[in-house]
Design a protein around this ligand. Structure first.
Ligand SMILES: [Zn+2]
Length: 427
């Protein structure tokens, strides 16, 4: 058999968690498809061999330029996929966090001009270059936590020009940073202050001007998302926005049933959304419809944790009802300043009642399905991107157990080492 020359070889793993075999539901969610003592080889950023060490070593040849990583008896897993962030913004809301700790509610803070509109003001005032600089720094932090693919939403511009500016910054981040950055247009994140007394006119603007403008510029957005909630976008308005987005060629997502059971889950199923997010108050009927439609249920336990008085999504019930359950960070400056997917996995085990192996599947292959990239990332299989994390512990089941400690030792993105010994490798 001809030996295949490779430029990356990872050996010495206690276990190689492949998550092979596609997105998982039901009992399969528990199966990490781990290979004890496995090895992995890649060429030009893609995996060419994965399996027991002796088989991989027999199939590939190394040269002087091959990067050989000895995992030294620690676990090797797919890079985390974070399918839900609002990472592109200016400013911060640390003072609002302090107010909330002092007892102020999110609603009270919003009434004083804080909340999301605080971030909208700062983001509107920032240039595209400033947004890119801030975004690059945040992507570095994600990389240090083992995230290798991340979805990023717009939605702090809320005018055609400012949403385009944000999306251009997000597109530039994908080009400038090693991480894969997947852009989502979310002009329907909030009604901006200048439309407060005529929200219908903002829906018209979204449908008639903003969505077509985003669609006209290549690579600006893969998805369109709507915050379907009382006082934000009604089910009828959301349906109108999502249908227009689909006509223009976007796949769609819905922030659904976060604060009340408005029917957002059912709407997501009805419009064939790729994913529905939050779902804290989604009914069994809504969850059944998501399962039947194949819409991924994205749980964001960091938000419930950060808000302190919010319930957690009923992830166990979602699994029982046959939903594909994924985890995301919901990283944003207000309700969830959480970067690290390992911490999200801890919360998912403690508060969503997922088993450690289930939570990892939800944060890798199922998260990839939530952004339509399950054929490219989320598992370690031949042909996929060589996006790999070498942990600092011996089993993937230790990830949630080591609370708040860095469990990521090394990160490989498309075959290239970007984090080594817990530090960024500068290009
Ligand atoms: Zn969100």
């Amino acid at each position: 058999m001809a030996m295949e020359s490779v430029d990356l070889l990872i050996v010495g793993a206690s276990e190689l968690v492949t998550m092979a075999g596609g997105p998982r539901r039901g009992d399969r969610l528990k199966d990490p498809a781990a290979i004890p003592g496995g090895a992995l080889a890649a060429r030009q950023g893609r995996i060419v061999a994965v399996g027991p060490s002796d088989e991989v070593l027999a199939a590939v040849s190394t040269g002087p330029d091959t990067l050989v990583i000895d995992a030294r008896g620690r676990a090797v897993i797919p890079g985390f996929v974070d399918p839900h962030t609002h990472l592109c913004f200016a400013g911060d809301r640390a003072e609002e966090f302090a107010l909330r700790l002092g007892g102020a509610t999110y609603q009270e803070i919003a009434a004083r001009g804080g909340g999301i509109l605080n971030t909208v003001r700062a983001t509107r005032a920032a240039s595209q270059a400033e947004l890119e600089a801030l975004g690059l720094e945040r992507l570095d932090r994600l990389a240090l936590s083992g995230t290798t693919t991340v979805e990023v939403k717009s939605g702090y511009g809320l005018s055609t020009a400012d949403e385009l500016k944000q999306l251009r910054a997000i597109r530039a981040l994908d080009r400038r940073h090693p991480l894969t950055v997947v852009p989502t247009f979310m002009g329907a994140h909030e009604v901006p202050p200048e439309y407060r007394d005529r929200p219908g006119a903002y829906v018209d603007l979204l449908v008639e001007e903003m969505l077509p403008a985003v669609a006209a510029e290549p690579g600006l957005a893969r998805f369109a998302d709507v915050f379907c909630e009382q006082g934000v976008f009604s089910v009828a308005d959301s349906r109108r926005i999502l249908q227009r987005a689909r006509e223009l060629g976007f796949a769609v997502k819905v922030h659904a049933d976060e604060l009340s059971d408005l029917g957002g889950a059912s709407l997501a199923a009805e419009v064939g959304a790729i994913s529905a997010e939050h779902l804290l108050h989604a009914s069994d009927e809504g969850l059944r419809r998501l399962a039947a439609a194949g819409t991924v249920a994205v749980c964001l336990p960091g938000t419930s944790f950060s808000l302190m008085n919010a319930p957690y999504a009923r992830a166990r019930r979602m699994v029982e009802l046959g939903c594909t359950v994924a985890l995301g960070s919901d990283f944003n400056p207000g309700s969830c300043p959480v970067y690290a997917m390992p911490f999200i996995i801890t919360l998912a085990c403690m508060h969503l009642k997922l088993d450690p192996s289930e939570a990892l599947a939800a944060a890798t292959i199922n998260a990839a399905a939530a952004i339509g990239l399950e054929a490219e990332v989320g598992s370690l299989e031949v042909g996929k991107l060589a996006d790999v994390v070498i942990l600092s512990c011996t089993s993937h089941r230790h990830i949630p157990y080591h609370m708040g400690m860095g469990v990521v030792a090394q990160v490989v993105k498309q075959g290239r080492l970007i984090v080594d010994d817990g530090r960024l490798v500068r290009r």
